[in-house]
Design a protein around this ligand. Structure first.
Ligand code: HEM
Ligand code: HEM
Length: 123
């Protein structure tokens, strides 16, 4: 799980800094929240998940880690993709998509932390 998380984190980093750069150039900050969360849930959190699963290999090999991987990688694009389209079109009926995506990410985070408590042992 570690390497996969780190590679995907890199992809989010590229997307997030390009969005930040475009926002700065055109002086339009409507998408600040998308930029912030692509960076923080995409780049920073996923890089941390990847590093933690690489250092604590046992934690990275569990079913909880696999479930966490898929929940984060399904929930985050739903959450941020829907937010992006809602901000672009002003269609507030899309908010339900942001909520569903966020709940999936939060469920993944709960499994991640549960996994840490179950798998990590003092060295
Ligand atoms: C070349 C890289 C980057 C560029 C060009 C960039 C650009 C921007 C811009 C234009 C804003 C909006 C500022 C405003 O609303 O006044 C912003 C906000 C923000 N950026 Fe970036 N950014 C970059 C990298 C990052 C990285 C690496 C992170 C996090 C790891 C990050 C986190 C944030 C956050 C959290 C905000 C919102 C701050 C707030 O709410 O006031 N940015 N960025
Ligand atoms: C499922 C997880 C998360 C949800 C549902 C969530 C939700 C939100 C919401 C609703 C806002 C206010 C947005 C606005 O005012 O436009 C916000 C802002 C912010 N969040 Fe999160 N957040 C999550 C995870 C995180 C994480 C993991 C970090 C940091 C590591 C973070 C950092 C921030 C920052 C810096 C801001 C202010 C920047 C901005 O969007 O203007 N969030 N978040």
């Amino acid at each position: 799980m570690g390497i996969r998380f780190i590679k995907i984190a890199g992809v989010y980093f590229v997307l997030a800094v390009i969005l930040g750069l475009v926002m700065g150039i055109i002086q339009n900050f409507a998408f600040t929240s998308v930029h912030a969360h692509l960076n923080l849930l995409g780049w920073v959190s996923m890089a941390l998940f990847g590093l933690i699963y690489s250092v604590y290999k046992r934690a990275g090999e569990t079913t909880l880690a696999k479930a966490h991987f898929w929940l984060h990688n399904i929930g985050l694009p739903i959450m941020q993709g829907t937010l992006f389209v809602e901000l672009l079109t002003g269609n507030t009926s899309l908010t339900i998509g942001i909520i569903i995506g966020s709940l999936i990410v939060v469920l993944g985070v709960l499994l991640f932390v549960l996994n840490l408590f179950l798998s990590l042992k003092e060295v």
